[in-house]
Design a protein around this ligand. Structure first.
Ligand code: F3S
Length: 391
């Protein structure tokens, strides 16, 4: 990979060991993917935050970066960690785990990275503008950023996104290049997508069928933000879809393989997630809920009493706004909980072996990450089950 004189100096340690280490990470990545050069990025979003998934190895890596004096050169945000930093006891998490998680967040903070601890950075001020280059880890945010915001990022790891935050650069290859952003398959949707969960089911089906393809999804329906979050996260979970198009895209799409998605196939996605017992808990908020989703749940449980625990996951910013607007209080009065800084998958949940969710991504990862059975239903149905209505 070609480096400018300044970049060579940085790599050789003339600007300090911190920059040199980050440059080494990016040069290895760039050489592997035969990138032509490095390009500047506008911002970064870093995954690899939960002590549950990263363990001591993550702490050791972060200590190394931090001890060298690493600092983010561009705006950078963080993915969810393993606990709610304020309500960790209510999650049943042990103190030792909480202390480790706090240490991880402190190390990132010392490096100038904003501890937003959310997988929806675009709802927390890290909103890549159309056409700009960024370095995002967290698969759901990557797909959302490429597809819905029309900015450009590869599927970064936590380490490469951190190195990009420190250098302000990323190797030029993959989805940063025009020639790699053309659709590779057409998906005609002939079924009405009735809820955001149905959009997630569609994404799940596409990811499973085409892995890392770039689908051009044709539907008569619009794609609002919440629905795009569910579609993006599910397509990136069951496969490795990092970019899709919604609607018509004229160039180079004539000869593409074409498939149709009908009601039967969407129903099959829902049926593929099933429980052998009653759900022990209902968990919503994967990806993290927006204020609109929080409001909807608050309205559904208003004046009611939950029969099954209902946990809603969101970002700290959305929770603060939700408190100002009374949504959080309404959910809590019904017996539910609203957590932030963490998520249903990267938290070390104990005491439950089955759950119901409106998120195809959460249902997909539940068995491997949490050893839990999960069933998938639209939000309204999930809340009704939590209120004691039979499925
Ligand atoms: Fe976000 Fe966790 Fe789901 S990081 S997309 S809530 S698995």
């Amino acid at each position: 990979m070609y480096l400018t004189k300044e970049e060579e100096k940085a790599l050789d340690g003339e600007h300090g060991e911190a920059l040199s280490l980050a440059m080494r990470v990016l040069c290895s990545l760039g050489d592997f993917f035969e990138a032509e050069r490095l390009i500047p990025i506008q911002s970064a979003h870093i995954s690899g935050v939960s002590y549950k998934t990263g363990g001591e190895a993550l702490l050791t890596t972060l200590k190394k970066f931090s001890s060298l004096g690493s600092r983010a050169l561009v705006p950078a945000t963080l993915n969810p960690g393993g606990v709610d930093l304020e309500m960790w006891r209510e999650m049943g998490v042990e103190e030792k785990f909480f202390e480790k998680q706090k240490e991880i967040i402190s190390l990132y903070t010392e490096m100038g990275i904003l501890a937003t601890c959310s997988c929806t950075p675009y709802e927390a001020g890290n909103i890549p503008a159309r056409g700009t280059h960024v370095s995002f880890a967290e698969s759901s945010a990557i797909t959302f950023t490429n597809s819905y915001l029309n900015a450009r990022t590869n599927r970064e790891s936590g380490l490469s996104a951190l190195a990009s935050a420190i250098t302000g650069k990323t190797p030029l290859y993959g989805l940063h290049l025009d020639e790699n952003r053309f659709p590779t398959v057409k998906v005609r949707v002939t079924v009405a997508l009735e809820s955001s969960t149905h959009y997630g089911a569609l994404g799940y089906l596409i990811g499973k069928s085409f892995s890392d393809a770039i689908p051009l999804i044709q539907s008569d329906q619009s794609l609002p933000l919440v629905e795009a979050k569910h579609l993006s996260s599910a397509a990136a979970a069951s496969g490795a879809v990092a970019l899709y198009y919604w609607g018509e895209k004229a160039e180079a799409t004539k000869d593409l393989e074409k498939i149709e998605v009908d009601k039967r196939e969407i129903n099959q996605v829902f049926e593929s997630f099933s429980l052998t017992r009653e759900p022990g808990i209902v968990m919503l908020g994967c990806p993290h809920y927006s204020i609109y989703e929080l409001k909807r749940v608050a309205e559904m449980v208003e004046g009611e009493r939950l029969k099954i625990p209902l946990w809603v996951f969101t970002s700290r910013q959305v929770k603060c706004l939700g408190e100002r607007l009374g949504f959080v209080q309404r959910i809590e009065r019904a017996g539910g909980k609203v957590f932030c800084d963490t998520c249903p998958i990267v938290a070390p949940l104990k005491g439950f072996d089955s759950f119901l969710t409106d998120s195809a991504k959460a249902a997909h990862y539940a068995p491997s990450m949490n050893r839990m059975e999960a069933a998938l239903q639209p939000t309204e149905k999930c809340v009704k089950v939590a209120l004691g209505f039979k499925q």
